[in-house]
Design a protein around this ligand. Structure first.
Ligand code: 3UK
Length: 524
């Protein structure tokens, strides 16, 4: 039976408990940046120091927020669990965004402290003078901080950590206190902060990681998805820490050769990735110098895994990929395939601890085999979206969470994905709002109007495609298409750029003039 005490602290559960239970000398983290290993004793030391520096050096109180623009590294672990241990709420954010995105996130969350990895500092520096609530920036590594406005104090992570005490008792919290937030992109472009509670990570670790993956203390995890994603956070942090296992962290950019090299060198047993990266790894022809034999199970999530990718992977490495669907709001995977029972093309069956319903427009359950809207129920779902009351009510309906996905279920209880019920695009496992890409394109002088939808690439995986109507006087050309792509890349996060531009005479519209993206989807 899964039970969480009324009073608890998630950092105590995932960190201190490992030391109390005798795993202090076990390796918790391997940092592939320098090959260094950190034991659970070392992790407890860092976490305690970070908690103390928040309280003392930075005068941060319970329930205040710390934004983390932090690469996958030991500092991420210290920042995340160190905050939670003193009741402060960490908010890991996407490291691939642009300065205006961070301005929004920092002001929306009213974070008091920003923990930032030095290479990412230039992405926030230009907006620091526009921040209304931020008081402290803690930089991990060396960055040029000369232009920081006077009302914000800049600190060196290493210095503060060295000065802080390594002894700290956990702040005892309610199991229903806010624990951390994760931002999720919305259709209109403004991300929503999903507020997760103290008990949520325990729920996912117990029901999915332990019961579906059978994670245990001998496992070694590696996740292609970074820790700032809900998917990566479970895969490479609180799943392994829930059983005293080892996580392998990689701060760098995605690269199929590097992934193979990491697996060869550090021998993970559980490999977590997204369909786009599995496809990229399969397209490396000669992998004879690499060794994948340590991996006992592969997991895919973020978007549907094409059956062809599943089959080719299994043939090449002899190991199954378990496709499963999760979300930021649900925190992790709630429907998943099981080892030895995979149905390619399906998201699998319900994870223990979750219920699902597939309903029609009137909210009535649809018959087996028919497509409807997927709702799920389970105690890891977020409590609400910060400052977004209407969106909260649309999404969190009593015990049920509206996923926004179209699904069907077969007689054996396997679920099948049939696309989104909104216009959002999943590209490489990351949300792309068509509106945001369209707005960026509209700033170009040649663009009269445009519509962006997901179109399949050669692997059958969706990527953004733009249909563009030019202003009078402009002629369609390959050069202009390339110019528009570059234009978008300079304005919004790179992964959102349209992979294809198609020039058209007009766009399908409703009577009120709204672009009908579902009609454009039929044209791709
Ligand atoms: C889509 C899938 C088909 C689906 C996530 C695992 O992706 C995660 O969270 P996000 O908030 O996106 C959620 C949405 O992504 N999706 C995810 N997995 C699948 N569609 N097949 C899949 N296997 O539209 C869902 O609503 O970015 C994944 C664990 C934690 C996560 N947060």
């Amino acid at each position: 039976m899964f039970q969480v005490p009324e009073t608890m602290n998630a950092a105590d559960y995932f960190v201190d408990r490992n030391v109390r239970e005798g795993r202090g000398n076990k390796v918790a983290i391997i940092d592939t940046a320098d090959g260094r290993e950190y034991t659970y004793n070392d992790v407890l030391d860092m976490v305690n120091r970070f908690g103390n520096l928040l309280r003392e050096a930075l005068d941060t109180r319970i329930e205040e927020r710390v934004m983390m623009l932090t690469l996958d590294s030991p500092a991420f672990v210290a920042g995340f669990f160190g905050s939670i241990k003193v009741g402060v709420v960490p908010i890991p954010v996407n490291t691939l965004l642009k300065p205006p995105d961070y301005e929004y996130l920092l002001n929306d969350s009213r974070a008091r402290v920003l923990l930032v990895s030095a290479p990412l500092f230039p992405q926030v520096a230009p907006v620091l003078d526009r921040l209304r609530y931020l008081k402290h920036v803690v930089v991990v590594g060396e960055a040029d901080v000369s232009g920081v406005p006077g009302h914000i104090a800049v600190h060196q992570y290493g210095e503060l950590m060295a000065q802080a005490s390594n002894e700290l008792e956990p702040e005892m919290m309610s199991k229903d206190d806010a624990c951390f937030w994760l931002y999720s992109s919305g259709t209109t472009g403004f991300p929503k902060g999903a507020v997760h509670l103290q008990h949520d990570m325990l729920y996912c670790a117990y029901h999915y990681a332990q019961q579906v993956l059978g994670i245990n203390e001998n496992d070694r995890t590696f996740s292609v998805a970074k820790l700032f994603f809900a998917y990566g956070l479970g895969n490479a942090l609180y799943f392994p820490f829930s059983v005293g296992a080892t996580t392998i962290l990689y701060p760098g950019k995605p690269d199929p050769h590097v992934f193979y090299q990491i697996v060869t060198n550090y021998k993970p047993t559980l490999f977590f990735s997204v369909p786009t990266a599995y496809a990229a790894m399969l397209s490396v022809e000669d992998t004879s110098q690499y060794d994948f034999s340590s991996v006992r199970l592969c997991v895919s999530a973020g978007e549907a895994l094409p059956p062809a990718v599943y089959e080719r992977w299994k043939e090449r490495f002899g190991v199954e990929i378990l496709d499963g669907i999760g979300s930021t709001e649900a925190l992790h995977i709630f429907i998943s395939n099981r080892p030895g029972e995979v149905k390619p093309g399906s998201s699998g069956k319900l994870v223990p601890g979750y219920e699902a319903k597939i309903v029609d427009e009137e909210g009535q359950p649809v018959p087996v085999g028919e497509v409807g809207d997927l709702y799920i129920k389970g105690d890891s779902t977020c409590a609400y979206y910060w400052n977004k009351h209407e969106k909260t009510k649309d999404t969190i309906q009593g015990h049920w969470l509206r996923t926004g996905d179209k699904y069907s279920m077969d007689e054996e209880g396997y679920f099948y994905y049939h696309g989104r019920s909104d216009d959002m695009i999943k590209a490489g496992g990351i949300w792309v709002s068509p509106v945001e890409v369209e707005n960026a394109l509209m700033e170009h002088p040649a663009v009269l109007e445009c519509g962006v939808v997901g179109a399949p690439d050669e692997e059958g995986l969706l990527k953004p495609k733009a249909f563009v109507v030019l202003k009078p006087g402009y002629e369609p050309s390959e050069a202009l298409a390339q110019e528009l792509i570059l234009f978008v890349k300079e304005r919004i996060a790179k992964y959102k750029y349209p992979r294809w531009i198609e020039f058209v005479e007009e766009l399908p519209k409703t009577a009120t003039g709204k672009i009908q993206r579902y009609k454009l989807r039929q044209l791709v």
